[in-house]
Design a binder for this molecule. Structure first.
Ligand code: SAT
Ligand code: MN
Length: 579
């Protein structure tokens, strides 16, 4: 296939950024090895213990460049209304002129790598192509792990211009000269001034969520911030679920959970992004557009996520973790006690009591294929059939551990009503409650009112709409203790979902949906007082009415773009609570 449109565009970008040389990437192992060699020489990567962490490296980012910067992220559409009230908006010409100032001559003295990448399995009609240029070797190596790079991408182009174009430059890494610009109407991304994951690996949030969500709306599919798992019961039957959760809120842990229930197991298809299409028979099917995990390191341990700790023992790039004297990576929670003689994430000697040794948003980048729980179907071109959807968020109060929506429209309402406590995955204050519909607030590439309408419009096309569940693993008691143990015990909740999907699973109707009936969650083998589970499942009218008031205010920001169905669901819920 000819790549002339791409070649012309690359020339144009080179004219702006003025690199010393241009290298087209082929995605091969020798290419990856050469990039690593180069980064070891110039200090971008530090070698880790070759015996205990073979072919694994540590990258330390610029100290001001450690998380996504939402305040510097823009959707540039002709009409402001098309970006909607939840996105930062800029007119396309202004966005290009502002970011263009930082990109001009930014690659002088540097190499510009051209990275053709495929999001999704080879041979899948659901997969999509991107071509990004970057002056960061770390970004190229990370793209090798996170996506399918090279000929496999170019071959998947259905026409000359069938790709999302991405321009990335580290610029001078100054937050004052950092901008992440999205042009959905031009299938274009410009990112300058950051080397951090979600800002710089353009295939991930910029392409696979912000631009893909806009494309998905036009083409009638869903691009979601969701994990994909297969839940296997003791008879060997596998039920596939997709679940949305905000960044750094346990998505990776749930995606590879090791079951605490004998006979049950979780298969990992993806941990962050799901692209879902309705097939000819009306079945919702999902692919994971990525081929790697960019997971949060802190609190990942043999206890919380044994699969993750096993998979990062080789071929892994760690970013901003601490370093032991044996040159092993370390982060808070990996072991009960911090080893002596640590270097912190900035390479300074670390003393206990002086703050975290690893950055709270430190990460590992590793291929899916290394995950012990990787599903045998994780790369199936036709995807996996989805029977249930989960909306989860991080809330200390109000939201029960689990409940099920009455139907599709009510489930979309529950997703749109999500709020969450912020985490270190974004620059800003941690622990503040904010609205986060479907965990997409930072990632929806168009007006979120239209996004809710798009979700509602899927129902008539679904022969058997997936059941929709709301979860909250993070509810606490009056003393601040978690009411639910979480991690591998979450499989008990998944089991109830699977039973519901199959027409069983006892439940009790409440104003917000079906909550598990007494005894319906399998507590065999754990010591959890039934009263604590009841507290975790409690639905309090006064708390809910206050929360619905806040939701009403949020909805009003959408004006006429809020679907009437969503407003009706809110009114109905209030009525049921007597409000
Ligand atoms: O940093 S990323 O945006 O890639 C990961 C996340 O925050 O969800
Ligand atoms: Mn994410």
């Amino acid at each position: 296939m000819s790549v002339s449109v791409a070649e012309r565009w690359v020339e144009e970008v080179a004219g702006l950024t003025r690199p010393d040389r241009i290298v087209w990437c082929d995605g091969s192992k020798p290419e990856y090895d050469a990039l690593v060699e180069m980064m070891l020489r110039d200090g971008t990567l530090l070698p880790l213990n070759a015996r205990t962490y073979p072919d694994s490296y540590l990258h330390r980012s610029h100290p001001s460049d450690v998380a996504r910067t939402e305040q510097l992220t823009f959707i540039a559409t002709r009409e402001r209304e098309d970006a909607g009230p939840t996105n930062n908006w800029m007119a396309p010409a202004e966005a290009k002129s502002k970011a263009g100032r930082f990109l001009r001559n930014a690659m002088r003295g540097r190499t510009m790598w051209v990275v053709p990448y495929l999001m999704g399995p080879a041979g899948s009609s659901m997969s999509r192509v991107g071509i990004m240029v970057t002056d960061s070797a770390y970004v190229v190596a990370s793209m090798h792990i996170m996506t399918r790079v090279g000929q496999v991408a170019l071959q998947a182009m259905r026409s000359d211009d069938d790709f999302i174009a991405g321009v990335h430059s580290l610029g001078d890494l100054s937050p004052d000269r950092r901008l992440i610009m999205h042009f959905p109407e031009e299938k274009l991304i410009w990112s300058v001034g950051s080397g951090y994951g979600g800002n710089a690996l353009l295939g991930k949030k910029c392409h696979a969520l912000r631009l893909a969500s806009a494309q998905a709306r036009e083409e009638g599919w869903l691009a979601e911030h969701m994990l994909i798992i297969g839940v296997e019961d003791p008879e060997g039957r596998v039920t596939y679920l997709a679940g949305a959760m905000p960044s750094a809120s346990g998505k990776t842990n749930l995606a590879m959970a090791v079951s605490q229930l004998p006979g049950w197991r979780v298969w990992t298809v993806g941990d962050d992004i799901a692209w879902m299409h309705v097939d000819a028979s009306g079945q919702l099917r999902a692919i994971n557009p990525e081929r790697g995990f960019f997971g949060v390191a802190p609190n990942t341990s043999p206890k919380t996520n044994p699969n993750a700790t096993a998979m990062v023992r080789s071929n892994t790039i760690f970013t901003n973790v601490a370093l032991t004297p044996d040159r092993e990576p370390w982060w808070e929670g990996l072991t009960p006690e911090a080893p002596r003689g640590l270097q912190d994430w900035q390479g300074q000697p670390w003393q206990p009591g002086t703050g975290p040794a690893a950055h709270p948003n430190s990460r590992f980048t590793v291929p899916v294929s290394q995950c012990p729980s990787a599903s045998p179907h994780w790369e199936d071109p036709q995807g996996v059939p989805i029977s249930g959807l989960i909306f989860g968020s991080r809330r200390t109060s109000v939201i029960p551990l689990v409940f099920e929506a009455f139907d599709w429209n009510h489930g979309v309402f529950l997703g749109s009503a999500m709020s969450t406590e912020t985490t270190a995955a974004i620059t800003g204050k941690v622990g503040v409650v904010r609205r986060d519909p479907m965990a997409m607030i930072p990632f929806c590439g168009y007006n979120m009112g239209d996004y809710f309408a798009h979700w509602l419009s899927m129902q008539p096309r679904l022969a058997k709409p997936p059941r929709i569940f709301r979860v909250n693993w993070f509810r606490r008691d009056a003393d601040g203790k978690f009411l639910w143990p979480g991690y591998g015990d979450n499989v008990r909740v998944l089991k109830w979902m699977v039973e519901r999907i199959r027409g069983g699973g006892r439940a009790q109707e409440t104003p917000v949906g079906y909550v598990p009936a007494d005894g319906a969650i399998d507590l065999s083998g754990i010591d959890l007082a039934p009263a604590r589970l009841r507290e975790a499942l409690r639905c309090d009218a006064a708390e809910w009415l206050a929360a619905l008031q806040d939701l009403d205010e949020f909805y009003s920001s959408f004006g006429s773009r809020l679907p009437a169905t969503i407003a009706r669901q809110l009114a109905e819920t209030r009525r049921k609570f007597g409000g």
